[in-house]
Design a protein around this ligand. Structure first.
Ligand SMILES: [Zn+2]
Length: 246
């Protein structure tokens, strides 16, 4: 499996990092897209991804920097005359919204030429023996009351990518590093957002849990917290287009 980080920026836009989008590529050439931030289709094309090979999309939560690239991705698929189906996993309570979205952008179902199915976010299987489990995080706790008032899901999710004993943790957006603690034991890779954590604390926690490699992403512009003086574990700050072979 190959992970590619197409968008490593945070919610605050900067000029050199696109919004959140990460793909996993498998031996059969298919891809799973985790989050579809603004401009994700362009970011993936820049990184020489075949957009038609994306079989599954998973949206972790409804902050705009994690999903607003989706309707433009559907348009890109339509213009490229895609024919193979796509499964899209979306946060609880948002399937109707996503179902209606392509038509709101004139990507009418009758003219799409491919099947687009929406499911409530849950675990799912991927090729090469990998499977995804979702992990609820506290990222949206501070807006929980308002979210419920507006019938928005009050929960955000990270992902565990599992294959036998192998474990990869994608934090997506979290409330703080404590959200990760129960999931890190023995992970070969932690891809950790950096906007809502203390990077040094993440590295200490990861080292104690036996994590082999930490990659920080979701980096705010001009982030003065890096580099962090910590050499107890292999770690990097991602830039757009970073590929990680696993
Ligand atoms: Zn967020």
């Amino acid at each position: 499996m190959m992970l590619t980080l197409h968008g490593t920026g945070a919610g605050t836009p900067g000029g050199d990092r696109m919004a959140s989008a990460l793909t996993a590529t498998f031996s059969d050439g298919s891809l799973v897209l985790f989050d579809a931030g603004e401009g994700c289709a362009r970011a993936m094309l820049r990184d020489r991804i075949d957009l038609s090979a994306i079989s599954t999309v998973a949206i972790s939560h409804m902050h705009a920097d994690h999903w607003t690239g989706f309707p433009a991705l559907v348009m890109a698929w339509s213009l490229a005359k895609r024919t193979n189906p796509v499964s899209v996993y979306v946060p609880p309570g948002t399937a109707d919204f996503f179902e209606s979205l392509p038509a709101r952008c004139y990507s009418f179902r009758e003219r799409l030429g491919f099947e687009l199915t929406f499911h409530q976010l849950a675990g799912f299987s991927m090729p090469d023996g990998w499977r995804v489990e979702i992990i609820p995080t506290t990222h949206l706790n501070s807006v929980r009351e308002l979210a419920q008032r507006y019938s928005m899901p009050p929960t955000a999710f990270g992902y565990l990518l599992l294959n036998g004993e192998r474990r990869i943790v994608l934090s997506q957006d979290i409330g703080g590093e404590e959200d990760l603690r129960p999931h890190l034991d023995g992970a070969e890779l932690l891809v950790c957002e950096s906007a809502h954590v203390d990077p040094a604390a993440v590295l200490e926690m990861a080292q104690a849990a036996g994590v082999r490699h930490v990659v920080f992403t979701h980096v705010p512009p001009a982030d003065a917290r890096f580099p962090v003086g910590f050499d107890g574990i292999a770690w990097d700050v991602a830039t757009d287009g970073l590929r990680i072979g696993l």
